[in-house]
Design a binder for this molecule. Structure first.
Ligand code: HEC
Length: 142
């Protein structure tokens, strides 16, 4: 009996480990983002503020809709940033905003091989997104 329990426990630990990150190294809360409603009508290009952030072919996806002027807690916004030659499912960069306790957490990943690793996060992102405060720190509007 003890052996069966240990094997079952080991199996469930493996399942948890897989569930916490997607196959490509992104956090599980971004899973399926390419099927979420888009905030942009068409893919965009370029660096609108001319400061080099997010350069590439971009789409922005939101897991939840704004309620009034704010996105609700738990909202995840993903921006895919693709370069020529990227596979559609694996854009070179993925920038993520996630709202918890009324605050956005920012983190951006870049693809190396077939896995995403953290490129940048935190205050750097927040300082620029402060310019979009009037739209709950989200630049892209529908
Ligand atoms: C220099 C300014 C600047 C910095 C720094 C910056 N961003 Fe952005 N971000 C923008 C602009 C402008 C847009 C919208 C236009 C675009 O996509 O080019 C945007 C869009 C986004 C979006 C899509 C939602 C939205 O606001 O439109 C996400 C997600 C995002 N950024 C995450 C991040 C993360 C994570 C970081 C830090 C690693 C970061 N950003 C750093 C300027 C910035």
């Amino acid at each position: 009996m003890a052996i069966v329990a240990a094997v079952a426990l080991a199996a469930s630990v493996v399942v948890v480990a897989v569930a916490s990150t997607s196959a490509a190294g992104l956090p599980s809360y971004t899973n399926g983002y390419q099927k979420w409603p888009k905030l942009n009508k068409k893919p965009t290009r370029g660096t609108p503020l001319g400061r080099g952030a997010h350069n590439g072919l971009k789409n922005v996806y939101a897991s939840k809709k704004k309620v009034g002027s704010k996105y609700p807690n738990g909202t995840v916004i993903v921006k895919s940033i693709a370069q020529a030659g990227d596979k559609p499912a694996l854009p070179s960069q993925v920038a993520v905003m996630r709202k918890t306790n009324g605050k956005w957490r920012y983190i951006e990943y870049s693809l190396s091989g077939s896995r995403y690793t953290v490129l940048a996060q935190g205050a750097l992102c927040q300082s620029c997104h402060a310019m979009a405060k009037a739209n709950d720190f989200v630049f892209t509007k529908r």
